[in-house]
Design a protein around this ligand. Structure first.
Ligand code: C2E
Ligand code: CA
Ligand code: CA
Ligand code: CA
Length: 276
């Protein structure tokens, strides 16, 4: 019996085992982490090709007391699956709105922050009420809060996403399609809903084979043209080189987010670098 048992263990995939264990731990630590403010908001600037900062995307990080800095790739999925995501997002959104209100008290009324809305948020809470309540609590200018949502989330439509996003736009928020071009329904999304901004998926820039780069560039060119025809602004995410910025600027893109300009950084660094 012992021998069979050993064999079973041998077949067990070690990394999957550890991942599941880690996931369980992270879920178990969520309440404490939230209460002890271990989640923090990093900001990644959105820039013009000339280097002017227009606003930033809020990206969460988990400053864990013994695991160090944990990136969203390691916990967002887990929290989406376990229904914790809406509590985290609500918390991050409030940090963003607080920051905007502080900036606006100092007369910086043009700067915006983009927040991420998970598809699962619509399922677990009244997203419209949560966000408008925050905006009214802190008295910020609605158009300085941008709402990022992926096309896949929009098109599932199970919780009335299309209608809710329409309500958001009527309220004065800017709505942005995140990871545009990564889903299977990109063009349908554009047909069915009015948005303000397309944020092009960085996958188009991550190809390395020369012939693919060419193809990617034609697709990008067409997305940029299409967005102009539809009266949308377009952001290219994930730009890492000067060449990419130059090429995309020729195609008509005016807003960039990517390591070429800056990685996501803590708020204090962001303010020291861009708001002094
Ligand atoms: P996303 O919304 O598509 O955010 C962009 C991600 O691309 C960020 O990763 C950012 O650091 C990374 N990035 C930006 N520029 C570059 C670049 O030039 N090169 C490369 N290689 N990467 C770049 P991050 O911060 O690790 O976030 C990953 C994902 O986690 C986000 O993808 C978003 O889907 C999710 N996420 C992050 N924060 C939140 C949050 O507060 N709430 C929710 N629901 N999701 C979040
Ligand atoms: Ca995003
Ligand atoms: Ca994105
Ligand atoms: Ca994404």
């Amino acid at each position: 019996l012992h021998e069979t048992y050993d064999k079973c263990i041998a077949y067990y995939n070690d990394s999957i085992f550890n991942d599941t264990l880690l996931e369980k731990r992270l879920v178990g630590e969520f309440d404490t982490a939230l209460a002890e403010k271990q989640f923090c908001m990093y900001l990644q600037p959105q820039m013009t090709p000339e280097g002017q900062m227009l606003g930033a995307e809020a990206l969460v990080r988990w400053q864990h007391p013994n695991r160090g800095l944990i990136f969203p790739g390691d916990f967002i999925n887990v929290f989406e699956r376990t229904g914790l995501i809406y509590r985290l997002d609500k918390y991050v959104w409030e940090l963003a709105v607080q920051k905007l209100s502080e900036w606006q008290k100092h007369g910086k009324n043009e700067l915006y922050i983009s927040i991420n809305i998970s598809a699962k948020d619509f399922y677990y809470m009244d997203v419209y009420k949560t966000i408008t309540t925050l905006v009214e609590k802190y008295g910020i200018i609605p158009k300085t809060l941008k709402l990022e949502i992926t096309e896949t989330a929009i098109m599932t439509g199970i919780s009335g996403e299309l209608e809710i996003l329409e309500q958001f736009r009527n309220y004065g928020f800017q709505v942005e399609i995140d990871d545009f071009g990564s889903g299977y329904s990109s063009l349908n999304t554009l047909k069915d809903m009015d948005v303000d901004v397309l944020k092009i998926d960085m996958g188009f820039l991550r190809t390395t084979k020369p012939d693919r780069i060419k193809r990617s560039m034609s697709i990008l060119n067409n997305i940029i043209d299409l967005s102009k025809t539809l009266g949308l602004s377009v952001i290219t995410e994930g730009v890492e080189t000067k060449e990419q910025v130059t090429a995309l600027t020729k195609m008509g893109c005016r807003i960039y987010q990517g390591y070429y300009f800056s990685k996501p950084i803590p708020i204090e660094d962001f303010e020291n670098t861009y708001l002094k």
